[in-house]
Structure formats: C-alpha cells, structure tokens
Write a protein that binds this ligand. Structure first.
Ligand code: ADP
Ligand code: MG
Length: 395
C-alpha cells in the first residue's frame, strides 16, 4: 500500500473504498461516462464477475457546487435503482460503497456491452430482432412509468446486452420520480433523442412542461435507428437537427425502408408523434399489432379463427414471394455501376466497410457520427455536441 493510501486509510471516510477493495478485485475499463469509469471486477470470495461504476468526487478536481451536484445526482440514481432493480429488464444494483473521493456502484456484468456497439457491428437489425429488443425495453419503460419514474436518457448506449443478447436498461443518472400532474422543465438528455416538448419547454417560459411521454419518443428514435441503421433526426448543423425534431420531420426513405413492413412504420409514426398527448404510451405500444401478432409465449389453444388466420397469412406470404420473384431484377454489372447502394446485399457490405474504416456513430463527447457517413462529407465527421451552426463552414 502506498503512503498516500496509508494516510487515507486512517481517515474514517476512506472506509467505504477499503471495503470495496477488500471485497472486489477491479479489472479493465469496460465503459466510460461523463463523470464515471466502469470496470469489470471480480468478487474475491465467489470469483463471480460484476461491473463497477466508479464515480469521482474529488474536491481538488471539482468546485464545491459541482461536487454537491454529483453527490446528489448519484444518491438519486441509487435510490431509483434500489426501487426498480428487481425488474428482469433493468440492470441490478448489487452493492454500493462511498468514500471521500469515490462512489462505487456494483452491477451485474452485461458481457456483450452496449446495444450501440451491437448495432454498429450488425449495421441494421431485422424486424424480428428489433421486436425482441423493443419488447423488453418497453416492458422496462412501462414498469418505470407505472412507478412514476421517467428515465430521460433512453438510447442504445444505455441498453446493455448479456451473452445471450438479452437486454437490460441501465444508466439512471437523469431519471426522476414524477407524480402526475407534476411536470418537468429541465433540459437534459442526449440531443438526437430529445422529445420536441423538452426543446420547446426550454425555449418558452409559458410552456406547461413535459412528462413521461419523452421516454416513448426516445423509444421511437431507437426503433427507427435499429431498423434503418441511422437515426431519424440528424443534421450536422445542430440547430437544424433540433428544428427537425420540433417539427417531427423524418422520412422512411428508400432504400433502407423498402423492405420494412407497414406495421412497423405505423408503430414508429405513433411514437414519433410531436404532440405528447397523441403519442402512444408504453402499454399502447406493446398492444400494437407489431408486438401482438408475435406473442412471446404462444397459447396452446388454436381456435378456428386462428386456423383461418394462419391459412390466410400463408396464402398472402405465397403471393408475396411469387410477386417478389417475378419482380426480381438480375444483379448485372451495369446495375452495380449505376446504383450499387440500391442492391440490398451490396448496401450492407458498403455500410459495414464504411463503419470499419470511419469508426462508428457519435458517442457523447466523442468525435464520431455514423449518421454523418450518409452525408458523404468527411468533414461532417468532426461535428460534436455543442457545435452550433456558426461553425458550419469551418468544420
Ligand atoms: P454514465 O451515466 O456516466 O453514462 P453509464 O452507467 O451509462 O454511465 O456507464 C457508462 C458505460 O459503461 C455504458 O455505456 C456501458 O458501456 C458500460 N457499462 C455500464 N454498466 C455496465 C454493466 N453493468 N455491464 C457492462 N458494461 C457496463
Ligand atoms: Mg450512459
């Protein structure tokens, strides 16, 4: 032990950190947040693996106000986590320790990491996989909302995956308890996922404020992104992107959306609804045909109606296959030269190669943006959160 550590050892407020280190063996960094570092760690007694979020609260590095804010927001995060951690699709807080300089939050380890990285690897997801992920996410959101909790930072970076690709919602740093008819006014979240009412509220003092509907907007953005491979609202000039969000201006553009069902597009349009009153709730979303026609556990009783439905769907599928086959164009050299991006297989290949060369999308505070790739201007890759339109020509 170093002399510094020894001297801190004598302080009573070093006890929390000592207890953590006695119980766990911290290993490599597996993630970083704004004021935290996440490491894999091993429980010394059982050898079990966990993830520990280490939040720095060092007086030398922060003003007393900042320090107070981090401590308060972490205490709030812990309180909410204790309340909701038992849900199967929400991260479990196992342990917590506090010292004068660090707070340690021990969670179950999600070995496959962020949905963000999984999507980057796969480029786009199928409707089937999207359904599976979104159903778990919506069940978690529905549970939070039933308990009057708003998450406020739903995005693929905060959705973690285990070995079997099951998801759990994490990062409750912006979450808060909201008892109706209470409303929120604070501008917080991640730009591309902000609901229009959050932006409007920050610009208009007379705005009535926003509520839990903001989480459903973010679910719409996530769902669109999983299927299209790029977000619905993006512009390298941040002001224009915010304008697009406030107007609810997005498109199911070709060719990304050509093969997607009308059912999934209908659901997304109910989530990306500018008016929070008209936007689907988590419960309504789970009741939509996109989820209802593919129940997780199918009932064993097949009624005559079900039999008729299966026969009708089979006939419809046969007609679709036949029409698709008749409409299929041969992939010729001319077609590849004229419109390579229009051929599905080639499109996936181009996207996959582009991501490998350029890196991926924007991560908060980092200089990457997957959406920028679609603008075909390398300079746009330098766009970061906080740049405003005045910097446009200089990037
Ligand atoms: P912040 O609030 O600072 O964003 P997060 O709680 O989101 O912190 O953690 C930051 C990153 O650390 C996550 O995006 C993820 O990559 C990784 N991470 C967090 N918790 C876990 C976990 N339980 N298992 C695996 N990785 C994790
Ligand atoms: Mg996070």
């Amino acid at each position: 032990m170093t002399r510094d550590a020894e001297s801190r050892d004598e302080l009573p407020d070093w006890a929390g950190a000592k207890e953590f280190y006695q119980k766990y063996d911290p290993k490599e960094i597996i993630g970083r947040g704004v004021s935290s570092t996440v490491r894999r760690c091993i429980h010394r007694e059982t050898g079990r693996q966990y993830a520990v979020k280490i939040i720095e609260v060092t007086p030398e590095r922060m003003s007393p106000e900042q320090l107070q804010e981090v401590r308060l927001s972490t205490a709030k995060e812990m309180e909410i986590l204790h309340q909701v951690s038992q849900h199967p699709f929400i991260i479990t807080l196992i342990d917590s320790y506090e010292s004068s300089t660090f707070i340690f939050l021990v969670f179950d380890l999600m070995k496959r990491g962020e949905l963000f990285d999984y999507l980057t690897e796969k480029v786009t997801l199928s409707e089937k996989e999207t359904r599976c992920i979104m159903r778990s996410l919506l069940e978690a959101v529905s549970y939070l909302h039933d308990n009057n909790i708003v998450h406020r930072d739903l995005k693929p970076e905060n959705i973690l995956m285990d070995d079997c690709l099951n998801i759990k919602l994490s990062d409750f740093g912006f979450s808060c308890v909201l008892t109706p008819p209470e409303k929120l006014r604070e501008l917080c979240g991640t730009p591309g996922y902000l609901a229009p009412e959050i932006l409007k509220c920050s610009m208009d003092e007379t705005h009535p404020g926003y509520g839990k509907e903001v989480d459903l907007w973010a679910c719409g953005v996530i769902m669109f992104t999983l299927l299209a491979g790029s977000p619905p609202f993006w512009h390298r000039r941040q002001m224009l992107m915010l304008r697009m969000i406030m107007d609810g201006r997005y498109h199911f553009s070709s060719p990304e959306w050509d093969d997607r069902s009308d059912t999934v597009k209908d659901l997304i349009s109910h989530l990306l609804q500018v008016s929070p009153e008209r936007r689907f709730t988590a419960e309504q979303t789970l009741q939509h045909p996109f989820f209802q026609s593919h129940q997780r556990d199918r009932g064993s009783t097949v009624t005559p109606y079900h039999r008729f439905r299966i026969a009708a769907l089979t006939a419809l599928a046969c007609v679709r296959i036949l029409l698709g086959w008749r409409r299929a164009r041969p992939v010729t050299r001319e077609l590849l030269i004229r419109d390579p991006y229009g051929v599905k297989g080639i499109r996936r290949l181009i996207d996959a190669c582009a991501f490998r060369i350029y890196g991926h999308w924007v991560k908060k505070g980092e200089r990457q943006n997957r959406a920028a790739l679609f603008q075909n201007q390398p300079k746009a890759l330098l766009w970061t959160i906080g740049d405003d339109e005045d910097h446009d020509g200089e990037l």
